[in-house]
Design a protein. Structure first.
Length: 357
C-alpha cells in the first residue's frame, strides 16, 4: 500500500540527464573526428605543395591527464549535509508506520528499502561505517558499548573531512557511546541527550543548527528502544517510528525556518534493523536498512536499483559536498540518486562483494 509513491517518476526523472549526456558525448566524438580522421576537413591546414610522405610526421598529442581522480562532477551546490539516523529502523517497519513527513523525503528524493548495514549489525559498528565510509574490518570498531579506553574512530570521516574544509561539525545523539565516532578535533559540538527522548533531541539539533553547520548528524533512538522493549515490528515499535516521523518533520521545518533547508543534502538511514527483541546477526531483518537521500541535486521520486550500503552515506555526502572521496573507502557515492551512472563519474566503483552488500 505504501509502495506506490516511489514508482511513478522512476524513469522519467533519470532520462533527461542521460539524454543531455548522450548529446554531449556525441558532440565530443564529432569534434575528435575533425582532428585526424580522413574524410574530415583539416583544421586550418597550411597549403603544402610537396607530395605527402607515406609516413606522416607523428602528431604531437597533448598528454592526457590520465591520472584517475575522484573529484566530483559539478552538481547543484550543496552547502551542508544532515545525516539522520533512526536507530534500529527496519525498512518494512518504516513502510508500515504512519510516516507523512518521511514520505515527503521519499517522494521528493531517491531511496532504497534494501540497503545493507555491516556485520556485526550493531549501533557502534554500523554508525562507524556510516560516517567513515569503511568496512568494520577497516575501521575496527567491533564493540558496541562505550569503552573509554578504546581508541575512537580513526581515519577520515565525514566530520574530519568537513573540518579540514573549514566547516562546523555537529553530532546530536541519544546514546552516549556514539562519542566513539567523534575523534577529538573532528566534531565541534557533541550533544548527548541522556533521557533519550527524540522530541528533545530534535530541539537540541535545531539549537545547534542555528549556529550554522557543514555536517549535522542527528541520532534518534525510538525504534531501537521499542524494538528491544516490545519486539521489532510490534505495535509499540511501529508507534515509535510514527513519533520519529513527526520528529523528522520538526527537524525539516526547523531547518527551513532557519533558512538552512535549501542547498542542504539530507540522508535518512539507520544503523541496523532487528528481529524479535535483538539484532547483531546476519539475518536480513537485522542487516537491511532504509536509505533515503533528499535535497540539492537529488532526483525526485527515484527508487534506487543499485545496491546501497550504509558506508555509502559518508561517500555520498563527501562527494556531493565537492570533496575528494578517500580512495580506500569501500563506500561509494550513490551518484544514481543525482541522475548519473557510476561509469559517468570519476569515482571508484565499489567491489560488488564489498562488506555488507
Ligand atoms: Zn539496539
Amino acid at each position: 500500500m505504501k509502495t506506490h509513491f516511489f514508482t511513478w517518476r522512476r524513469f522519467t526523472a533519470i532520462d533527461q540527464p542521460l539524454h543531455i549526456l548522450a548529446a554531449v558525448l556525441s558532440v565530443s566524438v564529432l569534434c575528435a573526428c575533425n582532428v585526424n580522421v580522413p574524410g574530415f576537413p583539416a583544421i586550418i591546414a597550411p597549403t603544402v605543395t610537396t607530395t605527402p610522405t607515406s609516413s606522416p610526421t607523428p602528431t604531437v598529442i597533448p598528454a592526457e591527464t590520465a591520472t584517475p581522480t575522484i573529484s566530483p562532477t559539478p552538481l547543484p551546490k550543496v552547502e551542508r549535509a544532515v545525516i539522520i539516523s533512526l536507530d534500529g529502523l527496519r525498512p518494512d517497519g518504516l513502510l508500515r508506520a504512519n510516516i507523512p513527513r518521511i514520505s515527503v523525503l521519499i517522494n521528493g528524493g531517491a531511496s532504497s528499502f534494501t540497503a545493507r548495514t555491516v556485520l556485526p549489525s550493531g549501533t557502534l559498528p554500523g554508525h562507524a561505517s556510516m560516517v567513515s565510509g569503511r568496512c568494520v574490518s577497516q575501521h575496527g570498531i567491533i564493540w558496541n558499548d562505550l569503552v573509554p579506553s578504546n581508541e575512537p574512530l580513526q581515519g577520515p570521516t565525514v566530520f574530519s573531512i568537513a573540518k579540514d574544509a573549514g566547516l562546523r561539525t555537529v553530532m546530536v545523539v541519544g546514546k552516549e557511546k556514539l562519542i566513539t565516532l567523534a575523534r577529538p578535533g573532528t566534531v565541534d559540538s557533541f550533544r548527548y541527550e541522556p533521557d533519550s527522548v527524540d522530541e528533545r533531541i530534535v530541539q537540541t539539533a535545531l539549537d545547534e543548527a542555528a549556529n550554522g553547520f557543514g555536517i549535522l548528524f542527528v541520532h534518534f533512538i525510538l525504534p531501537d528502544y521499542f524494538g528491544h522493549l516490545n519486539g521489532w515490528m510490534s505495535a509499540e515499535y511501529l508507534h515509535g517510528i510514527d513519533r520519529d516521523d513527526a520528529v523528522v518533520g520538526t527537524l525539516v521545518d526547523g531547518l527551513e525556518t532557519l533558512g538552512l533547508l535549501e542547498d542542504t543534502l539530507i540522508v535518512l538511514t539507520s544503523d541496523h534493523g532487528g528481529h524479535d527483541f535483538t539484532h547483531g546477526t546476519n539475518l536480513k531483518e537485522d542487516m537491511t536498512i532504509p536509505w533515503i537521500v533528499y535535497g540539492a541535486g537529488v532526483l525526485e521520486g527515484l527508487a534506487l536499483e543499485v545496491p546501497v550500503s550504509i558506508m555509502d552515506t559518508a561517500a555520498t555526502v563527501v562527494w556531493a559536498m565537492g570533496w575528494p572521496v578517500p580512495a580506500d573507502w569501500a563506500g561509494r557515492p550513490v551518484v544514481e540518486a543525482f541522475g548519473l551512472r557510476a561509469e559517468q563519474v570519476p569515482v571508484p566503483t565499489a567491489d560488488p562483494y564489498r562488506c555488507g552488500i
